[in-house]
Design a protein around this ligand. Structure first.
Ligand code: SF4
Length: 349
């Protein structure tokens, strides 16, 4: 163990100040913190809360319903990342739609979906575009690519989200945020710095290794002792202050901000992304004239409360009983980044 990690460990283990609630905004942080056993070394007065940074978890039920409608009624081929297939919709998941004859293709990138559309001109292909600032650029590139190829059988169903307004919506949920390093690699530091400067919420940008996570937690502890708002980039090897201007440029060219529904958080103004007018031919909602669909989550599921840090996954009555990774009732149990899945996988109560 090197000296820096030991020092961070000492800071964390010896903390005996007031209760400190730290939200891991990012689902990958949640899982890495579990996997590395970091929760087990935290003193009782440090509470980690799992936040909404898992794209599958925050995608609302109505989006799954829209995808099911496209697959079963419009007979389009749905191209999607694997996790979304098992997320329950109001009546069924995409896996359920598949058993009723829907054509569902798992892809690893949005460009794979464009390739699929080019190879299958007889099919209408819709890519389910979910994710945050990290994955949105590749959806934009896919749309540009489809336009370049003049494909008229490719479109995307957007549920892309951006974090800044979600931070505002969650500001009372924690004393500090562990900011998602890969999102900040695109957006840079400015928004997070501003949140601290304005006294909205403190936080640090964290990486994903044990050393980076322990350092970030130790910095939160030390900074919180001052009683003043703070922001620190603890992931400078990847996150530059200016982020990734090329990725932001492609987003700005193809998409624009819109209001967006988050599972559990409701509609957060200007927290989503939709295709601009110039690319409307690639917008599945317009192309297939989808009606507005209001999804209904299973009333037993507390994903909404889990995502806001209002309860732990194990506080949900069906956790580990009616709801398991094999038979998920809610999205937080499906995704590898979901907190219910992490609690289940690592046997936490
Ligand atoms: Fe929803 Fe299952 Fe988590 Fe309960 S345990 S909140 S039903 S995903």
């Amino acid at each position: 163990m090197d000296e820096q990690k030991k020092s961070a460990l000492e800071i964390i283990k010896s903390y005996d100040g007031p209760k400190l609630r730290i939200m891991e905004v990012c689902g990958t942080h949640t899982h890495e913190i579990f996997r590395l056993g970091i929760r087990k070394i935290l003193p009782k007065n440090i509470e980690l809360i799992s936040g909404p940074g898992c794209p599958v978890c925050v995608t609302p039920v109505g989006f799954i319903d829209e995808a099911v409608l496209l697959a079963l009624e419009h007979h389009v081929t749905i191209c999607t990342f694997g996790d979304l297939i098992r997320v329950p919709g109001t009546k069924m998941s995409l896996a359920g739609a598949r058993t009723e004859g829907a054509k569902i293709q798992v892809v690893y990138t949005p460009l794979d979906a464009v390739d699929y559309a080019a190879e299958h001109p007889e099919e209408q292909v819709v890519f389910l575009s979910v994710g945050f600032e990290t994955t949105t650029p590749s959806s934009c590139l896919a749309v540009k690519n489809a336009k370049l190829q003049q494909l008229d059988n490719f479109s995307i169903l957007t549920a892309n989200k951006t974090m800044p307004n979600a931070y505002q919506a969650l500001k009372g949920s924690a004393d500090a945020f562990l900011y998602p390093g890969h999102v900040n690699a695109i957006t840079g530091e400015e928004e997070c710095q501003k949140l601290a400067n304005d006294g909205v919420i403190s936080g640090v940008i964290a990486g994903f290794t044990a050393k980076e996570l322990l350092t970030a937690l130790a910095v939160i502890i030390e900074k919180s002792k001052t009683g003043r708002p703070y922001f620190v980039n603890c992931y400078p090897r990847v996150v530059r202050s200016y982020g990734n201007p090329a990725a932001r440029k492609v987003i700005a060219e193809v998409m624009e901000a819109c209001d967006s529904e988050w599972r559990g958080l409701g509609v957060i103004p200007m927290s989503g992304m939709k295709l601009k007018e110039a690319y409307k031919d690639y917008d599945a909602r317009i192309k297939f004239e989808l009606p507005e669909i209001k999804g209904k989550p299973n009333p037993a599921c507390r994903c909404g409360d889990v995502l806001q840090g209002k309860c732990k996954p194990s506080d949900c009555k069906v956790f580990g009983k009616g709801c398991t990774p094999q038979h998920p009732v809610g999205a937080c149990m499906v995704s590898n980044e979901g907190s219910c899945s992490a609690y289940y996988q690592y046997g936490m109560e």
